[in-house]
Design a protein around this ligand. Structure first.
Ligand code: AP5
Ligand code: MG
Length: 193
């Protein structure tokens, strides 16, 4: 299995680049944000609880997303590998993911970290909010709260994986195709190593 984490702040292009990467490398895309939005669309109790936090730009509890990832791994026994998007988002989620993957005799091979300035993030998300229907994209204060949550809790994920030498920083501003090229080069280098 080849497992990668596409890491970065809200609006850094994780979803955009994930679609292209799974097509190129045949990985299974696991986005906890997408899984949570599907729970909301289905009006499940989990979705209704999560929505309150998501609408304020706050993270949902670790146990909730770890449970979703545990189920998704179990549901895809034939996967060649997974692309994790928006997960893990805390050090506790990182440790839980590593423990889960160990039970499959697997590990995270690489963490690709997209670097984008805060002003560019806010601009992209406000722009997407015009059409996305995502309630967490329409208000600038909620977008800024999501970015603050990223600095407070999620940036620790990069520090966690850096201690194992697994993090590659990728310039995330500019042309989508060029950024995709940088991501592919980093993956190919890791696969060849
Ligand atoms: P989630 O769905 O993961 O959202 P996010 O991390 O806030 O990031 P986005 O999906 O908004 O951005 P993205 O990096 O995917 O960028 P995109 O490609 O869309 O999480 C939502 C919420 O769910 C969280 O706030 C939290 O409450 C909860 N949650 C989810 N996972 C959780 C977890 N593990 N633990 C706890 N809570 C969790 O691009 C953004 C925009 O920019 C698009 O319009 C795109 O077209 C545009 N764009 C992309 N690339 C470029 C480029 N190169 N140049 C110009 N524009 C670009
Ligand atoms: Mg996304």
């Amino acid at each position: 299995m080849f497992n990668l984490i596409l890491f970065g702040p809200p609006g850094s292009g994780k979803g955009t680049q994930s679609e292209k990467l799974i097509a190129r490398y045949g990985l299974k895309h696991l986005s906890t944000g997408d899984l949570l939005r599907s729970e909301i669309a289905n009006q499940t109790p989990l979705g209704l609880e999560a929505k309150k936090l998501m609408d304020q730009g706050q993270l949902v509890p670790d146990e909730v997303v770890i449970g979703m990832i545990r189920s998704a791994l179990a549901a895809n026994p034939a996967a060649k590998g997974f692309l994790f998007d928006g997960f893990p988002r805390t050090k506790a989620q990182s440790e839980a993911l590593d423990a889960l993957l160990t039970t499959y005799n697997a590990a995270i091979n690489v963490v690709l970290a997209l670097k984008v300035s805060e002003e560019e993030l806010v601009k992209r998300l406000l722009n997407r909010g015009l059409t996305s229907g995502r309630s967490d994209d329409t208000k600038e204060d909620v977008i800024r709260a999501r970015i603050a949550e990223y600095h407070a809790k999620t940036s620790a994920v990069a520090d966690y994986y850096a201690q194992f030498g697994k993090v590659v920083m990728i310039e995330g501003e500019g042309n989508v195709e060029e950024i995709f090229g940088l991501l592919c080069s980093a993956i190919d280098a890791k696969k060849a190593a």
